[in-house]
Design a protein around this ligand. Structure first.
Ligand code: PLP
Length: 427
């Protein structure tokens, strides 16, 4: 399969190039030349297929023979090497728990797939690469876990000092081996700036063979479509509405792709926090990116969502086609807290702040006869402060967080000056 740039359809690359470039040089996004259609009989038969069989079918449609089948099967099976259960909360609403991977958030899925695809290509060519990422929390941990111990790959992660949660920080700093963490005396934007400068610096970029693992990489999106199929395996009617708590809209794009590939999903809800540019677009037809606002669901504090262009591409820029399939909803901070509390008290189910947005959206928008599935994108332990605030400290997470709390942290503290950073990277 070839992937073209959304800014220039005649610029095309193969899967391997799309993976290592991450972004086309014209700042568009890579988009598959055609979204594969899956055989309707195969889809009817989903219940009889294993998670690996499903993932392999989808992945092979995108990747073709660039990775041999047996190896791709291994990559898929390692990617989803943990439970992805659909848990019923009420008669009408279920939670698709995507947080049973190593760093307790859905980003593990994309990071594991991307890292293993890269490792395959690197093996074939005998080169070494350095993955450089800036993280505001979940991405860095998933990338570190995904790439940990893979041969030929070094990982360098920048995070803003004091601005990630304790658990998130530990998921960045306790690996060792091929993973190095850098605590930056600045904001997430400063971290992103340093990373961007590094990529722009020809000398550095070539010397270290820099590569990115950011969330717009095509190899992170593809496996995120798998779990919509896994959810549909676990339900018996086709009246399913998927509600996707969204920041950069990668998860939602992957879900829309699953539908476009033939999975019979009735509708989608784009649910978010006060950073509501996409819900606003869906109601008004006007898209206006904005500076991001800080909220309790901070993994979705995005004012200019990068995958929105891919959503437009899918619906060929027709607003009315998009709104036939997709509606928007946003939830303020107070409602995040009250939703976590109400859901826990009424049903004994503990939501994280992002999942709470998904649950709240379904509670309001679901029509009679429909069943709603929201993506529970992270384990509540990752957002302990918010959950404690909502519940008045009613839940004890010691058992889950203890093993991590006992590990030794290693990181290097750096400033926000690029020249200095360059020296650090060159070692
Ligand atoms: C990254 C993240 C999101 C947002 O996902 P997108 O694909 O960027 O929309 C939501 N919840 C959690 C916990 C995340 O880490």
């Amino acid at each position: 399969m070839q992937f073209y740039s959304t800014n220039n359809p005649s610029y095309k690359v193969n899967f391997e190039q799309a993976v290592f470039k991450s972004l086309p040089p014209d700042n568009g996004l890579f988009y598959p030349q055609i979204l594969p259609r899956l055989d309707p009989d195969w889809i009817k038969n989903l219940n009889h297929l294993s998670k690996t069989e499903i993932g392999l079918m989808i992945a092979s449609k995108f990747i073709g023979d660039e990775i041999p089948m047996p190896r791709l099967a291994q990559i898929v099976s390692e990617t989803i090497d943990f439970d992805i259960p659909l848990v019923k909360i009420t008669d009408h609403i279920s939670s698709l728990e995507l947080y049973h991977g190593p760093t307790w958030a859905f980003k593990d899925v994309g990071a594991r797939f991307l890292s293993r695809c890269m490792a395959y290509f690197i093996e074939q060519s005998n080169r070494e690469v350095t993955i450089l990422v800036a993280t505001s929390g979940d991405t860095g941990g998933a990338v570190a876990a995904g790439f940990y111990n893979l041969p030929g790959i070094r990982v360098k992660i920048l995070y803003p000092k004091g601005k990630v949660s304790d658990i998130q920080q530990r998921q960045l700093t306790t690996w060792g081996g091929n993973v190095s963490a850098y605590e930056v005396a600045g904001t997430f934007d400063d971290c992103q700036y340093l990373v961007k400068q590094a990529f722009l610096d020809q000398e550095l970029s070539q010397e270290l063979n820099l590569s990115s693992a950011n969330s717009i990489n095509i190899a992170r999106l593809i496996p995120q479509s798998f779990y919509y199929f896994y959810a549909m395996q676990q339900v018996d009617s086709n009246d399913q509405v998927f509600c996707v708590p969204s920041g950069n809209y990668g998860n939602l794009t992957a879900g829309l792709w699953a539908w476009a590939m033939g999975l019979p999903i009735k509708k989608f809800i784009a649910a978010t926090n006060q950073n509501k540019v996409v819900p606003d677009y869906l109601t008004t037809g006007i898209y206006a990116s904005k500076p991001s606002i800080q909220t309790y669901a901070n993994a979705m504090d995005v004012g200019s969502p990068s995958n929105f262009v891919r959503m437009l591409e899918l619906f060929k820029y027709h607003h009315s086609d998009m709104t036939k399939r997709l509606s928007g909803y946003y939830v303020g901070d107070d409602a995040i807290l009250s939703t976590i509390k109400d859901c826990y008290e009424q049903f004994g189910y503990l939501l994280d702040p992002h999942g709470a947005i998904g649950y709240a959206a379904l509670s309001t928008l679901l029509a009679p006869g429909e069943h709603g599935i929201f993506l529970e994108t992270a384990h509540p332990v990752k957002f302990l402060d918010v959950v404690n605030q909502a519940l008045g400290g009613a839940v004890d997470f010691q058992e889950k967080s203890k093993p991590l709390a006992d590990k030794k942290e290693t990181y290097q503290s750096i400033g926000i000056d690029f020249v200095e950073f360059k020296q650090v990277l060159k070692g």
